[in-house]
Write a protein that binds this ligand. Sequence first.
Ligand SMILES: NC(=O)c1ccc[n+]([C@@H]2O[C@H](COP(=O)([O-])OP(=O)(O)OC[C@H]3O[C@@H](n4cnc5c(N)ncnc54)[C@H](O)[C@@H]3O)[C@@H](O)[C@H]2O)c1
Ligand SMILES: O=C(O)[C@H](O)[C@@H](O)[C@H](O)[C@H](O)COP(=O)(O)O
Length: 352
Amino acid sequence: MKLAMVGLGRMGANIVRRLMRGGHECVVYDVNPDAVAALVAEGAIGATDYADLAAKLDGPRVVWLMIPAGLTGRVVDELSEVLQPGDILIDGGNSNYRDDVRRAKALREKGLNYVDVGTSGGVFGLERGYCLMVGGPDEAFATITPILKTIAPGAGEIERTLGRTGELTDEELGFLHCGPSGAGHFVKMVHNGIEYGVMAALAEGLNLLENADAGIREAEHSAEVAPLEEPEYYQFDIDTPKVAELWRRGSVISSWLLDLTAAALQGNPTLDGLAGRVSDSGEGRWTVKAAVDVGVPVPVLAASLFERFASRDEDLYANKVLSAMRLQFGGHKELPAGDVLEAGGNKAETTS
Ligand SMILES: NC(=O)c1ccc[n+]([C@@H]2O[C@H](COP(=O)([O-])OP(=O)(O)OC[C@H]3O[C@@H](n4cnc5c(N)ncnc54)[C@H](O)[C@@H]3O)[C@@H](O)[C@H]2O)c1
Ligand SMILES: O=C(O)[C@H](O)[C@@H](O)[C@H](O)[C@H](O)COP(=O)(O)O
């Protein structure tokens, strides 16, 4: 098939490469001309603007957006000016499913088909393939199925689920028509909410391992911190990177996220250069909001989202209020500034 890709960053460029490897013809556009030139050198057809891009496609045109979600609305509006009724606009970025519902309706009035494709796989997708969660009209899904098949991982070496027989289904190949407009990004949103929870669980567990030597460091305890009651049970100087590697092999919690964690710890066992201020780009917030809207409990996902906020000191004022209250009712002191509890340690100054 011939299609266009708008946005040739970490995701878009590799999706184009995977498509070209699969025999598809790609017209490419990015506001950064160097990104366009790099893919033209690899066989793509470069476009200089949206009108040029539309002119280089045959109808019904298929255009895939892989740009930061905050820019999608403007780009969809601009592209809709150069597309024709029957054309298909795909948003593969991490957009809020609510925007899809609204955009699909507005584009339908112009005769344009809008398809939301939640795309998972990150920078490894070129080789591993991308997991694709699709929302939109049936006919548009059918038209773009050949490109979804190429971008998706395929059956690969994953063992077939017990009880599944016959021809391989779409979901077994790594893509799924989840429902009407918005359904694809809704599924991707929940996927990312789960991603936060799994990541937080691994991070918390590894942190506990890092602190299993608290009994050895007991002498460093501050008078302001409750003493360790049974230091003899916390005498383990565990090699956390080795445990992460170990758990990849046959353990119940083996997973791709654990593989990536082990790789990170192998390359940088002390995690130098990371401040521990964890960003979020919105998916976790939308997941919690949707759960509140429909009255479904997601305590683990919510806690992992709030942990990210706390990691960026968004809890600082609350913690100051806590210290102020302790000082008020008991004259209790807090740990002196700059003498924080460090990973793998309970370092603290003695206060009077
Ligand atoms: N990086 C990931 O692991 C990942 C995974 C899944 C989904 N996503 C989503 O995919 C989208 C793209 O992510 P990315 O990591 O490739 O981002 P990126 O920042 O690496 O690339 C974005 C590209 O879009 C281009 N761009 C910006 N405005 C443009 C415009 N108006 N017209 C054309 N090009 C424009 C930029 O120049 C850049 O090359 C985002 O919505 C992101 O949330 C990212
Ligand atoms: O499935 C994926 O490939 C990832 O989830 C991907 O979409 C991206 O890396 C996250 O959106 C980062 O999200 P945060 O910035 O919110 O952690």
